[in-house]
Design a protein around this ligand. Structure first.
Ligand SMILES: [Fe+2]
Ligand SMILES: [Fe+2]
Length: 271
Protein backbone atom coordinates (compact mmCIF):
# COMPACT_ATOMS: atom_id res chain seq x y z
CA UNK A 1 0.00 0.00 0.00
CA UNK A 2 1.14 3.54 -0.67
CA UNK A 3 0.47 5.65 2.41
CA UNK A 4 1.04 9.36 2.97
CA UNK A 5 1.08 11.02 6.36
CA UNK A 6 1.09 14.82 6.68
CA UNK A 7 2.06 16.55 9.94
CA UNK A 8 0.15 19.22 11.89
CA UNK A 9 -1.77 21.49 9.49
CA UNK A 10 -1.13 25.00 10.78
CA UNK A 11 -3.82 27.65 10.25
CA UNK A 12 -5.01 29.11 6.97
CA UNK A 13 -1.64 28.69 5.19
CA UNK A 14 -1.58 24.99 6.05
CA UNK A 15 -5.19 24.45 5.03
CA UNK A 16 -4.61 26.25 1.73
CA UNK A 17 -1.62 24.04 0.88
CA UNK A 18 -3.54 20.85 1.67
CA UNK A 19 -6.57 21.89 -0.40
CA UNK A 20 -4.38 23.09 -3.28
CA UNK A 21 -2.05 20.07 -3.55
CA UNK A 22 -3.27 16.92 -1.81
CA UNK A 23 -5.57 15.63 -4.55
CA UNK A 24 -2.80 16.03 -7.14
CA UNK A 25 -0.31 14.22 -4.86
CA UNK A 26 -2.84 11.40 -4.44
CA UNK A 27 -2.80 10.97 -8.21
CA UNK A 28 0.90 11.57 -8.86
CA UNK A 29 2.05 9.17 -6.13
CA UNK A 30 -0.90 6.75 -6.63
CA UNK A 31 -1.69 6.93 -2.93
CA UNK A 32 -3.96 4.32 -1.38
CA UNK A 33 -4.38 5.97 2.00
CA UNK A 34 -3.75 9.44 3.43
CA UNK A 35 -3.68 10.49 7.09
CA UNK A 36 -3.40 14.18 8.05
CA UNK A 37 -2.83 15.65 11.51
CA UNK A 38 -5.32 18.50 11.88
CA UNK A 39 -4.85 19.61 15.51
CA UNK A 40 -3.77 23.17 14.58
CA UNK A 41 -5.76 23.74 11.38
CA UNK A 42 -8.14 26.29 12.93
CA UNK A 43 -6.15 29.44 13.85
CA UNK A 44 -3.39 27.18 15.19
CA UNK A 45 -5.72 25.97 17.97
CA UNK A 46 -7.69 22.79 17.39
CA UNK A 47 -9.90 21.81 14.49
CA UNK A 48 -13.39 23.16 13.79
CA UNK A 49 -16.12 21.11 12.15
CA UNK A 50 -15.84 23.16 8.94
CA UNK A 51 -12.08 22.75 8.71
CA UNK A 52 -12.32 19.03 9.48
CA UNK A 53 -14.70 18.66 6.55
CA UNK A 54 -12.33 20.71 4.39
CA UNK A 55 -9.36 18.41 5.12
CA UNK A 56 -11.46 15.29 4.48
CA UNK A 57 -12.83 16.76 1.22
CA UNK A 58 -9.28 17.72 0.18
CA UNK A 59 -8.21 14.06 0.21
CA UNK A 60 -7.51 12.97 3.79
CA UNK A 61 -8.93 9.52 4.56
CA UNK A 62 -8.38 10.10 8.28
CA UNK A 63 -7.60 13.22 10.34
CA UNK A 64 -5.74 12.83 13.63
CA UNK A 65 -5.69 15.41 16.44
CA UNK A 66 -3.43 15.86 19.51
CA UNK A 67 -3.25 17.83 22.75
CA UNK A 68 -5.27 20.59 20.98
CA UNK A 69 -8.00 18.07 20.05
CA UNK A 70 -10.89 19.95 21.63
CA UNK A 71 -9.69 23.58 21.54
CA UNK A 72 -12.57 24.18 19.11
CA UNK A 73 -15.61 23.17 21.17
CA UNK A 74 -17.69 22.03 18.19
CA UNK A 75 -15.26 19.10 17.82
CA UNK A 76 -16.68 17.62 21.05
CA UNK A 77 -19.90 16.83 19.18
CA UNK A 78 -18.56 16.43 15.65
CA UNK A 79 -16.06 13.69 16.55
CA UNK A 80 -19.00 11.49 17.64
CA UNK A 81 -20.59 11.87 14.19
CA UNK A 82 -17.48 11.66 11.99
CA UNK A 83 -15.59 8.35 12.39
CA UNK A 84 -12.72 9.58 10.18
CA UNK A 85 -11.43 11.80 13.00
CA UNK A 86 -9.15 10.17 15.59
CA UNK A 87 -8.17 11.79 18.91
CA UNK A 88 -5.41 10.47 21.20
CA UNK A 89 -6.15 7.09 22.82
CA UNK A 90 -4.94 8.38 26.20
CA UNK A 91 -6.41 11.92 26.03
CA UNK A 92 -8.95 11.45 28.84
CA UNK A 93 -11.30 8.70 29.89
CA UNK A 94 -14.17 11.17 29.47
CA UNK A 95 -13.18 12.32 25.96
CA UNK A 96 -15.68 11.75 23.14
CA UNK A 97 -14.65 9.95 19.94
CA UNK A 98 -12.11 7.16 19.45
CA UNK A 99 -8.33 6.94 19.68
CA UNK A 100 -8.01 4.02 17.24
CA UNK A 101 -10.16 2.69 14.44
CA UNK A 102 -9.88 0.40 11.41
CA UNK A 103 -10.57 1.99 8.01
CA UNK A 104 -11.03 0.51 4.55
CA UNK A 105 -8.58 1.33 1.73
CA UNK A 106 -9.11 0.51 -1.98
CA UNK A 107 -9.55 -3.21 -2.63
CA UNK A 108 -11.13 -3.75 0.79
CA UNK A 109 -7.76 -3.61 2.54
CA UNK A 110 -7.93 -2.65 6.22
CA UNK A 111 -5.81 0.08 7.81
CA UNK A 112 -5.59 0.70 11.55
CA UNK A 113 -5.00 4.32 12.55
CA UNK A 114 -4.26 5.20 16.18
CA UNK A 115 -2.85 8.17 18.04
CA UNK A 116 -1.20 8.50 21.45
CA UNK A 117 -0.01 11.49 23.47
CA UNK A 118 3.35 11.53 25.18
CA UNK A 119 3.95 12.30 28.84
CA UNK A 120 7.39 13.99 28.74
CA UNK A 121 7.35 17.83 28.79
CA UNK A 122 3.63 17.96 28.00
CA UNK A 123 1.55 20.68 29.69
CA UNK A 124 -1.05 18.25 31.06
CA UNK A 125 -0.45 14.79 32.51
CA UNK A 126 -1.86 12.09 30.25
CA UNK A 127 -2.23 8.36 30.93
CA UNK A 128 0.55 5.95 29.97
CA UNK A 129 0.65 5.85 26.13
CA UNK A 130 2.60 2.56 26.02
CA UNK A 131 -0.02 0.44 27.76
CA UNK A 132 -2.81 2.18 25.81
CA UNK A 133 -1.14 1.36 22.51
CA UNK A 134 -0.14 -2.13 23.57
CA UNK A 135 -3.80 -3.08 24.00
CA UNK A 136 -4.67 -1.73 20.54
CA UNK A 137 -1.76 -3.46 18.80
CA UNK A 138 -2.66 -6.77 20.46
CA UNK A 139 -6.18 -6.37 19.13
CA UNK A 140 -5.01 -5.66 15.55
CA UNK A 141 -1.80 -7.62 14.89
CA UNK A 142 0.09 -6.73 11.74
CA UNK A 143 -0.32 -9.33 9.02
CA UNK A 144 -3.60 -10.40 10.61
CA UNK A 145 -6.93 -8.69 10.12
CA UNK A 146 -5.33 -5.36 9.15
CA UNK A 147 -3.07 -5.01 6.10
CA UNK A 148 -1.38 -1.87 7.46
CA UNK A 149 -1.32 0.23 10.61
CA UNK A 150 -0.26 3.80 11.30
CA UNK A 151 0.46 5.22 14.76
CA UNK A 152 0.63 9.01 15.21
CA UNK A 153 2.82 9.61 18.27
CA UNK A 154 2.07 13.11 19.53
CA UNK A 155 4.96 14.02 21.84
CA UNK A 156 7.31 16.84 22.71
CA UNK A 157 10.37 14.66 23.37
CA UNK A 158 12.18 12.82 20.57
CA UNK A 159 13.35 10.27 23.16
CA UNK A 160 9.78 9.28 23.97
CA UNK A 161 8.92 9.06 20.26
CA UNK A 162 11.94 6.88 19.50
CA UNK A 163 11.09 4.62 22.42
CA UNK A 164 7.56 4.34 21.05
CA UNK A 165 8.97 3.49 17.61
CA UNK A 166 10.98 0.60 19.07
CA UNK A 167 8.03 -0.48 21.24
CA UNK A 168 5.91 -0.77 18.07
CA UNK A 169 8.66 -2.21 15.82
CA UNK A 170 7.29 -5.23 13.99
CA UNK A 171 3.82 -4.53 15.41
CA UNK A 172 2.82 -1.47 13.31
CA UNK A 173 3.58 -0.49 9.71
CA UNK A 174 4.26 3.18 10.48
CA UNK A 175 5.12 5.12 13.63
CA UNK A 176 5.31 8.84 12.94
CA UNK A 177 5.77 11.70 15.40
CA UNK A 178 3.82 14.96 15.47
CA UNK A 179 3.44 18.01 17.76
CA UNK A 180 6.80 19.80 17.50
CA UNK A 181 6.08 21.19 14.01
CA UNK A 182 9.70 20.76 12.90
CA UNK A 183 10.62 17.74 10.74
CA UNK A 184 13.42 15.46 11.88
CA UNK A 185 15.78 13.75 9.42
CA UNK A 186 15.63 10.19 10.82
CA UNK A 187 13.16 8.52 8.45
CA UNK A 188 14.02 4.82 8.44
CA UNK A 189 12.70 1.28 8.53
CA UNK A 190 13.36 -0.20 11.97
CA UNK A 191 14.75 -3.79 12.22
CA UNK A 192 11.30 -5.33 12.68
CA UNK A 193 9.86 -3.61 9.59
CA UNK A 194 8.21 -0.49 11.04
CA UNK A 195 8.64 2.77 9.10
CA UNK A 196 9.66 5.47 11.57
CA UNK A 197 10.13 9.25 11.69
CA UNK A 198 10.51 11.17 14.97
CA UNK A 199 8.58 14.17 13.70
CA UNK A 200 6.71 14.75 10.45
CA UNK A 201 6.99 18.54 10.75
CA UNK A 202 4.01 20.79 10.10
CA UNK A 203 2.06 21.72 7.01
CA UNK A 204 2.59 25.41 7.56
CA UNK A 205 4.62 28.54 6.85
CA UNK A 206 8.17 27.90 8.06
CA UNK A 207 9.02 31.64 8.06
CA UNK A 208 7.63 31.59 11.60
CA UNK A 209 8.22 30.17 15.06
CA UNK A 210 6.71 26.67 14.76
CA UNK A 211 3.97 28.09 12.52
CA UNK A 212 3.15 31.24 14.47
CA UNK A 213 3.88 34.69 13.06
CA UNK A 214 7.37 35.30 14.44
CA UNK A 215 7.11 38.82 15.94
CA UNK A 216 5.26 37.92 19.16
CA UNK A 217 7.19 34.70 19.92
CA UNK A 218 10.47 36.59 19.38
CA UNK A 219 9.31 39.39 21.67
CA UNK A 220 8.42 36.90 24.41
CA UNK A 221 11.76 35.12 24.13
CA UNK A 222 13.76 38.36 24.08
CA UNK A 223 11.85 40.43 26.67
CA UNK A 224 10.00 37.77 28.66
CA UNK A 225 6.84 39.86 28.25
CA UNK A 226 3.73 38.99 26.23
CA UNK A 227 2.15 41.86 24.31
CA UNK A 228 -0.13 40.33 21.71
CA UNK A 229 -1.76 37.03 20.83
CA UNK A 230 -0.06 34.39 18.73
CA UNK A 231 -1.44 34.19 15.19
CA UNK A 232 -0.48 31.67 12.50
CA UNK A 233 2.03 32.84 9.89
CA UNK A 234 0.43 33.40 6.50
CA UNK A 235 3.03 32.87 3.77
CA UNK A 236 2.90 29.75 1.62
CA UNK A 237 3.11 26.49 3.53
CA UNK A 238 5.32 23.45 3.07
CA UNK A 239 3.48 20.14 3.17
CA UNK A 240 5.65 18.00 5.47
CA UNK A 241 5.37 14.35 6.30
CA UNK A 242 6.17 10.81 5.38
CA UNK A 243 5.55 8.56 2.37
CA UNK A 244 5.59 4.82 3.06
CA UNK A 245 5.09 1.72 0.92
CA UNK A 246 3.95 -1.40 2.78
CA UNK A 247 3.59 -5.10 2.01
CA UNK A 248 -0.11 -6.05 2.25
CA UNK A 249 0.74 -9.60 3.32
CA UNK A 250 3.04 -8.80 6.25
CA UNK A 251 2.11 -5.17 6.96
CA UNK A 252 5.81 -4.30 7.04
CA UNK A 253 7.22 -1.16 5.41
CA UNK A 254 9.25 -1.67 2.24
CA UNK A 255 10.10 1.96 1.48
CA UNK A 256 10.09 5.22 3.43
CA UNK A 257 10.65 8.76 2.16
CA UNK A 258 10.40 12.16 3.81
CA UNK A 259 7.99 14.63 2.21
CA UNK A 260 8.53 18.37 1.91
CA UNK A 261 6.45 19.96 -0.85
CA UNK A 262 6.05 23.68 -1.60
CA UNK A 263 6.77 26.67 0.61
CA UNK A 264 10.15 27.53 2.11
CA UNK A 265 11.72 24.20 3.11
CA UNK A 266 14.20 22.33 0.89
CA UNK A 267 12.03 19.99 -1.18
CA UNK A 268 11.81 16.22 -0.79
CA UNK A 269 9.52 13.45 -1.95
CA UNK A 270 9.35 10.08 -3.69
CA UNK A 271 10.59 10.28 -7.28
FE1 LIG B 1 0.65 20.74 16.63
FE1 LIG C 1 0.27 19.20 19.76
Amino acid sequence: MRILFLGDVMGRAGRAAVTAHLSQLRQDWRLDFVVVNGENATSGMGLSTDHAKLLLDAGADVVTLGDHAFDQKDMLGFIEKEPRIIRPLNYSKAAPGAGARVFTAPGGRKVLVAQVLGQVFMKRPFDDPFSALDATLRQYPMGGQVQASLIDVHCEATSEKMAMGHFCDGRASIVVGTHTHIPTADAMILPGGTAYLSDAGMCGDYNSVIGMEKTEPLRRFITGMPKARFTPATESATLSGLYVETDDRTGKATRVEMIRQGGRLAQAGPT
